[in-house]
Write a protein that binds this ligand. Structure first.
Ligand code: ZN
Length: 95
């Protein structure tokens, strides 16, 4: 993961969790409209809107991604799911 870019707090359109930062998996770029993101609270696939809030990135859109982008998306989702599992274990006090 690269640098963390803070932004105004906005709700995830899938779960409502407040999101106030993003990290680019490929370089240290700040998000631009159309970039794909993943909610670290619910693992929903999202896209940045023109005003850099989030919208749901649809299944149809996912299916149209080039293979390289799809591979990056799934690799990032694995990282997020591991993070979610670790956070849940920490919260529950389990190893
Ligand atoms: Zn979410």
């Amino acid at each position: 993961m690269q640098g963390i870019h803070r932004h105004d707090p906005v709700p995830c359109p899938a779960c409502g969790s407040i999101v106030d930062a993003t990290t680019c998996v490929t370089d240290d770029a700040k998000p631009v409209p159309g970039d794909i993101s993943i909610c670290c609270a619910c693992c929903a696939t999202l896209a940045f809107t023109d005003d850099l809030t989030y919208r749901i990135f649809t299944e149809d859109e996912i299916q149209q991604l080039p293979t390289k982008s799809l591979t990056q998306l799934f690799a990032a989702k694995v990282v997020v799911l591991k993070h979610m599992k670790a956070m849940r274990a920490e919260k529950d006090g389990s190893p």
